[in-house]
Design a protein around this ligand. Structure first.
Ligand SMILES: *Cc1c(COP(=O)(O)O)cnc(C)c1O
Length: 475
């Protein structure tokens, strides 16, 4: 096996990440005179057309969740109408605050806010804010629990208890806000272990977390049990429904087995849910919901002593793109319950074809019991090489680790007729290729995961990933 140096790998990567260096003008300083707008638009049109077919034809896991041209055109019109709006100036654009308040209210209603099962005498009243994406929603929630616990319980060394499969955004929150993160292993069904979670609760615990479902394996943690632990301990419970919030309510109505995960469980105190995923809004919006306004208060920032005047902001940003909130509102109102249900039905039916197809390939197995975000591995073959062969067939899948696996997160793009069958046929062929030549180097992203499994020092990988980011910002 040939050994590649880090330098070789970075050089190869640079080739793939910077494909336009030779064919398009690039800038490291402002052009002296502004360029012709028609030329700029034509150039962008060309870039778009080079990149569009891959996601539009459904070869990408996740990423674009609706993507029908008619829907895109509608969102673009909505964006254009609202492109100057900034909810920071709520006096100038009360339309934007109307959109945001209604996006929150509709999302809360969808997730059981009207059936809150808490003490009827309590002041529970589900509320929330619009953020820029799932990560921001999660960061906001974790900061809120940290500050809540400090103010209400005097906790100075906060801890959060998080399943290993929860999104990286929780680890990011732990790093940003100096919260100690206790990682809870998952069981053989890739669901958070309830007993180990119970055992991890300490007087410093501020919040427990569960996913509905998790990004890697699409499995739903035992939210009822976990949130009850949190309720009994008097701490917060966050359901990460970034991926599932706009699918699970409809899946349940369609008769799929969906365990409880939302505000109908009395212990659930916050939920993150992404309008820019299965809410089918333009990229850049999400909702963070809280069980009551008292909890949400700990998220807000205000200052009354700044020479710049009284200042307030609900989220991390100051100025915000009101147009993106407008697209979330417009998508929700245009699609409606029936529309969401119809798309969910198609996605879930496509998922059944994909799951059956994978199960019929003897070398592969599906991890856990996913509904539509499907991870698969192999006991006998290098799954990363299979992923590389899939890449060569134009499929952009996501590599997973611990255990080695690959997933495809199905969206509306994958419900195009015949595509699930094409996926399975390509997967069969990829498996056959690796079976015939198990030692052949495949040389894609898969190789990096293979390498990662071999390199004992994770710092080396982290350093590599940071170099990757450096590379992104090279002209
Ligand atoms: C996508 C996702 C997130 C993070 O969302 P971003 O919008 O990418 O920041 C968090 N949790 C889960 C389960 C997700 O699928």
């Amino acid at each position: 096996m040939e050994k590649k140096t880090n330098g070789d790998m970075m050089e190869e990567l640079e080739q793939t990440l910077k494909p336009y260096r030779d064919s398009f003008p690039s800038y490291t300083r402002l052009p002296h005179r502004g360029r012709n707008k028609h030329v700029i638009l034509a150039e962008m049109q060309e870039l778009k057309s080079r990149e569009e077919s891959k996601w539009k034809d459904g070869f990408v896991s996740g990423a674009v969740y609706h993507g029908d041209q008619e829907h895109i055109d509608f969102l673009n019109k909505v964006y254009a109408l609202n492109s100057q709006s900034n909810p920071l100036h709520s006096d100038v654009w009360p339309s934007t605050t109307k959109f945001e308040a209604e996006v929150v209210a509709m999302t809360a209603h969808m997730l059981g806010a009207n059936e809150v099962a808490g003490d009827p005498a309590s002041a529970d009243e589900v509320c929330g804010v619009v953020s820029s994406g799932g990560t921001e929603s999660i960061l906001l929630a974790m900061k809120t629990y940290r500050d809540w616990a400090r103010a209400v319980k005097g906790i100075r060394e906060p801890e959060m208890i998080v399943p290993t499969t929860a999104h990286a955004a929780f680890d990011k929150a732990a790093q940003y806000f100096q919260i100690k993160m206790i990682r809870i292993p998952v069981n053989d069904q890739f669901k958070a272990d309830v007993a180990q979670t119970a055992a991890a609760i300490t007087p410093n615990t501020v919040v427990l977390v569960g996913s509905a479902p998790s990004f890697p394996h699409g499995t739903i943690d035992p939210i009822a049990e976990l949130s009850e632990l949190a309720r009994q301990a008097g701490v917060g419970f966050h359901t990460d429904a970034c991926l599932g919030g706009f699918i699970l309510p409809w899946a349940a109505k369609l008769g799929y087995a969906v365990p409880s995960f939302d505000f109908r469980l009395p212990g659930v105190t916050s939920i993150s849910v992404d309008t820019h995923k299965y809410g089918y809004a333009a990229k850049g919006s999400s909702v963070i919901l809280y069980r009551n306004p008292q909890l949400r208060r700990h998220q807000f920032y205000t200052t009354s002593v700044w020479p710049g005047g009284f200042y307030l902001s609900p989220t991390f940003a100051g100025s915000r793109p009101g147009a993106l909130s407008a697209t979330a509102w417009a998508a929700m109102v245009a699609i409606g319950e029936q529309g969401y249900m119809e798309i969910a039905k198609k996605i879930l039916e496509t998922a059944a074809v994909v799951k059956e197809g994978i199960a019929a390939i003897p070398e592969l197995y599906v991890l856990g019991d996913p509904l539509w975000d499907i991870a698969f591995g192999s006991q006998t073959l290098d799954i990363y090489k299979i992923m590389d062969h899939m890449s060569a067939k134009n499929w952009s899948l996501n590599g997973l680790q611990d255990p080695p696996a690959v997933h495809i997160c199905l969206t509306h793009r994958h419900t195009q007729p015949g595509l699930a069958e094409r996926f399975i046929a390509d997967l069969q062929a990829a498996v056959e290729q690796v079976k015939q030549n198990p030692d052949q180097e495949t040389g894609g992203v898969g190789r990096l995961y293979g390498l990662s499994a071999q390199i004992p020092v994770k710092d080396v990988i982290d350093e590599f990933l940071k170099q990757y980011i450096d590379l992104l910002y090279k002209v």
